[in-house]
Design a protein around this ligand. Sequence first.
Ligand code: APR
Length: 252
Amino acid sequence: MFLTGAGVSAESGIPTFRGKEGYWTVRAREYHPQELATHEAFEAMPWEVWAWYLYRRAICRNAAPNDGHRALVRAGTAWPDRFALVTQNVDGLHRRAGNADHHVLAIHGDIQQMRCARECVADRWQIPDAVGELGKGEPVSPAVKALLVCPKCTGMARPHVLWFDESYDEERYHLDTVRRIANEAALVVVAGTSAQTNLPWQVVTLGARAGATIVDINLEDNPFGEIAQKSGGVIRGPAAAALTAIVDRLVG
Ligand code: APR
């Protein structure tokens, strides 16, 4: 089981969340991603929140997978029945690198997708290409607003991402599947996450309890490092090189 965070995509030029470049300004007020990435903010200022996601979506669309992503494709190919890639990243780069859909468990959603803001159905849709790409601080135009609607009920659509004031579930975010796999894991490699969100904690602690070897890859120390220290160890360096080295060693 590989558990990835924003640090894995940082080397593809996608800003991490808690790094200094993660901040966002709306109406001259600076917002921390945690404030914008909430259902409450979407209720209060839906088009400002959409503008932020469409800007991040543009960054993700223009980013390319790096060697770290490619190493995980090799791992998935080598172990088709014994590989799981749990990612907090909504950028879609694991799939774009070539990992199979059934191997990638995107537990925080996908920034290229939208769903009904009223949850009239559980379906998800690709955000239409006609939406185009929004620059930093660019408002959502009436023409784009007309495209961000639920194809079923024609009500407003919302980004298919997990917000800070929302909960994991199986249908949208693979909660039970991820827990089940963590209980069966022999190896859990954590890469590029600051260990600030809930389900990743469950993955690492369930894996450790199940006797899995835990390895932590990060530029910096973080709470998962403390668990890994007592298990498979830590690698303090860029994720792309570390993942490549691990996969090369394991897959050969
Ligand atoms: N190689 C390895 N680690 C890196 C690299 C790199 N090149 N660059 C940054 N890191 C590490 C940082 O040291 C930090 O610990 O990646 C981590 C990124 O942390 P966050 O920005 O907090 O991102 P992440 O842990 O993925 O956030 C989790 O929180 O904001 C929500 O839903 C959002 O999915 C996100 C979740």
